[in-house]
Design a protein around this ligand. Structure first.
Ligand SMILES: [Zn+2]
Length: 288
């Protein structure tokens, strides 16, 4: 496992697209920027992988060659708390995403577990756990066991995915790995991250529930975020001082706990803010 924190963008940076880069060029271009993680966006996928196997394998090969850590963001069209037909379709979508992740040799498929809908939260969680266990069974029968399923902490109050719920999923379903979107937690809980201690509390809680190894290489999303009483509204750039949370506070906590996280930038300026976060962490490290 890695001995250093990693940083990268969620999706292909605009400047790469403007330069007509192919997907296979992305790991090398990230490496040239001094970045070392990439989250492939499969967010609009239906029940079949929307990348061919050859392109996926090529991306995986280039990622290994350039030492870029790969993850895949699964389809947004997933709701494990819905009606049976919706749950079944969601299972197929997550399996399709995981199939492609296997082709790429990506480490984790990030996904949004669902929305409470008319269910009381406990029932929504029960439904979600049942569906996920069925997905894991299917993945086993397909021989796809190397990729983790990563439930993400969600930013809106109507979505299943507060910290306790995703911890519960990771405690009780095999082949899962926690994904912490710090901005979502911030938005959902009315701006909870104001001090280093606020970050410490969450890291402690994860460590108590999932163990030291799980928190050490935690897969994270980070951006600045705007929110209302319903939670997440919009992602913002790091330089927008009006919005939180402040990455420097998380950087201090990362150093204190000696974490080696993978930090994915979902900022409007994807790679540029990933670089900025990397530099902020290094600055904090050099203060020693
Ligand atoms: Zn997400």
């Amino acid at each position: 496992m890695d001995q250093h924190p990693r940083f990268g963008p969620a999706g292909v940076p605009a400047v790469f697209r403007l330069a007509d880069a192919t997907l296979a060029d992305v790991p090398r271009l990230l490496r040239e920027e001094g970045l070392d993680a990439f989250e492939y966006e499969a967010v609009k996928w239906g029940k079949k992988p929307q990348i061919n196997r050859e392109d996926a394998e090529r991306l995986g090969l280039e990622a290994r060659r350039n030492d870029v850590w790969l993850s895949l963001h699964g389809s947004y069209f997933i709701n494990f708390c819905g009606e049976r037909t919706i749950v079944e379709a969601s299972k197929q979508r997550l399996i399709a995403c995981t199939t492609a992740a296997r082709w790429m040799d990506a480490h984790v498929v990030v996904f949004h577990p669902g929305a409470y809908g008319k269910n009381p939260p406990e029932e929504a969680l029960t439904k979600c756990l049942r569906a996920l266990r069925e997905v894991v069974e299917s993945l086993k029968s397909l021989g796809i066991e190397g990729v983790k399923l990563g439930p993400e902490t969600m930013g809106k109050v109507h979505q299943l995915g507060n910290l306790d719920e995703v911890l519960n999923i990771c405690e009780t379903v095999e082949q899962t790995q926690l994904v912490v979107d710090w901005s979502h937690l911030h938005a959902r809980d009315g701006g909870r991250f104001r001090t280093v201690e606020d970050f410490r509390k969450v890291i402690d809680q994860i460590e108590r529930r999932l163990g030291t190894a799980a928190v050490k290489h935690i897969h994270c999303h980070f951006t600045k975020i705007e929110f209302t009483e319903k939670g997440e509204k919009r992602h913002h750039m790091l330089e927008e001082s009006h919005y939180g949370p402040d990455f420097r506070l998380l950087a201090k906590a990362i150093i204190e706990f000696d974490l080696k996280p993978i930090i994915i930038s979902e900022s409007p300026i994807l790679d540029l803010d990933a670089i900025k976060m990397r530099d902020m962490l290094n600055e904090e490290l050099n203060k020693g």
